[in-house]
Design a binder for this molecule. Structure first.
Ligand SMILES: Cc1ncc(COP(=O)(O)O)c(C=O)c1O
Length: 350
C-alpha cells in the first residue's frame, strides 16, 4: 500500500471528526543540538496542538473520539487514567468545550493532597469534570486499582444509562481504533511538512504509553509507504503482548478509515530501556534530557513521557545507533503540566 498524502487526507475527511486543535503543528530544526549531536535534528511540536494552552498528542485523537461521541449524540464521555493523566485532562477539556459532560476515573499512582490539588488534576476540576479518584487500598497493586477504576466507571455509566443518558467510554490514552486514526493523520501531516522542505526523515522518536500514538504513526507509515524508522520509547512496563496488541490496534485504525490492514509486528521498534523505575517515577536520563532541551533550545519536556523518550534519543546518538548525518525527528507529544505536578513525579531537576 502506498497512498499519496492527498489521498490519505481525503480518506480521513470521510470519518466523524471535530476541529479541536491548531494544525499543522510547527515543525522545525533544533540547530544547536543538531550541531552538538552531528545529526539533523527536527522537532514536531504536538505540544502545540491545542486550544487550551496545554496541547499534546491527545488533541489529535480527541478530534476523532469526540467527533464520534457527538455524531452518536452522547451526553457523557467517560475516560480513565492516572490522577495526573494528560489524556484525562485533555478529554475533560475537549468534552466540556463541546457541551459534553466528562466523567473521569483516575487511579492514584501518586496520591493527591486534597488541600493542594496540582497540575492536570487541578485543570480537570476547572474544566468541571466529574472526578473520581481511586486510591490504592492496602495490599492492592496499581494494576488492581486500575481494574477497580474500570469496574466503578462501568457501574456509574450503567446508572446514567438507566436514567436515559447516552454515554461513550473512551479507553485509557484514547487508544482505540478511533483515537488511533488521529495519528495516521498526524503522520501524514508530518510527511507533508517534510516534503515541503524536501527532507527525507531517517528516524522518528516518540514516547509510547497506551500505544495509540505509536500504532497510528506506524499505520500512517504503512499507508503512505514511507521508510522512516519509528522508534518508540516506552514510559511504562509494556508486558508481553504489547506489540501484538498494537498491531491489531494499528490495523483496526486502518480499517476504521476504510484502508486495508497492512501492519505487522515487525513494523514496530520498541525500546523499553528508559522508563525505569516505572510509570510516573522520575529518572536521571529524563532529568538530563529535560535540562538539555531547555538549556540548548528553550523547549520544555516533561518527566513522565517526553523526557524519557528524548533520553532514548540522546542514548542512541551517543552509542551510534543513530548514525552521524542522519535526519531525525522528535515528536513532542506535550505533557509539560507535569512540571507542576507532585515532587514525586517531577524528581530532581536542579
Ligand atoms: C505527553 C504524552 N506523551 C506521550 C504519551 C503516550 O501516548 P500514547 O498513550 O498514545 O502511547 C502520552 C499519553 O498519555 C502523553 O500524555
Amino acid at each position: 500500500m502506498s497512498l499519496k498524502i492527498k489521498e490519505a487526507k481525503e480518506m480521513l475527511l470521510l470519518i466523524p471528526r471535530i476541529d479541536l486543535g491548531f494544525f499543522p503543528t510547527p515543525f522545525h530544526k533544533l540547530e544547536r543540538l543538531s550541531q552538538e549531536f552531528g545529526i539533523n535534528l527536527y522537532i514536531k511540536r504536538d505540544d502545540f496542538t491545542g486550544k487550551n494552552l496545554f496541547g499534546g498528542n491527545k488533541t489529535r485523537k480527541l478530534e476523532f473520539l469526540i467527533g464520534k461521541a457527538m455524531e452518536e449524540k452522547c451526553e457523557y464521555v467517560f475516560t480513565y487514567g492516572a490522577t495526573q493523566s494528560n489524556h484525562a485532562m485533555q478529554t475533560a477539556w475537549a468534552a466540556t468545550a463541546n457541551s459534553l459532560k466528562p466523567v473521569l476515573y483516575l487511579a492514584a499512582v501518586v496520591e493527591p493532597d486534597e488541600n493542594d490539588i496540582k497540575a492536570n488534576l487541578l485543570l480537570d476540576k476547572i474544566f468541571g469534570a466529574e472526578v473520581h479518584i481511586i486510591n490504592m487500598q492496602e495490599q492492592e497493586s496499581f494494576l488492581e486499582a486500575e481494574k477497580r477504576s474500570f469496574r466503578l466507571g462501568k457501574e456509574r455509566m450503567r446508572q446514567l444509562e438507566s436514567e436515559g443518558h447516552k454515554c461513550m467510554s473512551i479507553p485509557m490514552g484514547g487508544a482505540n481504533e478511533i483515537g488511533t486514526a488521529g495519528y495516521i493523520s498526524g503522520f501524514a501531516e508530518l510527511c507533508e511538512q517534510a516534503e515541503q522542505l524536501e527532507l527525507g526523515l531517517d528516524y522518528l522518536y516518540h514516547a509510547t504509553g497506551s500505544g495509540g500514538t505509536m500504532a497510528g504513526l506506524v499505520a500512517g507509515k504503512k499507508l503512505l509507504g514511507k521508510d522512516t524508522l519509528i522508534r518508540s520509547i516506552a514510559v511504562l512496563d509494556t508486558g508481553d503482548h504489547y506489540i501484538a496488541d498494537k498491531t491489531v490496534l494499528a490495523n483496526s485504525a486502518l480499517e476504521y478509515i476504510a484502508a486495508a490492514p497492512a501492519v505487522e509486528e515487525k513494523d514496530f521498534s520498541l525500546d523499553t530501556g528508559f522508563y525505569a523505575p516505572g510509570y510516573e517515577c522520575p529518572n536521571e536520563g529524563a532529568a538530563e534530557a529535560i535540562k538539555l532541551l531547555a538549556q540548548r533550545e528553550g523547549i520544555l519536556l516533561d518527566p513522565v513521557y517526553t523526557g524519557k523518550a528524548f533520553a532514548g534519543l540522546i542514548h542512541d546518538v551517543r552509542t551510534g545507533k543513530i548514525e552521524r548525518g542522519s535526519s531525525v525527528v522528535f515528536l513532542h507529544t506535550g505533557g509539560a503540566t507535569a512540571l507542576f505536578a507532585e515532587k514525586k513525579i517531577l524528581g530532581d531537576l536542579f
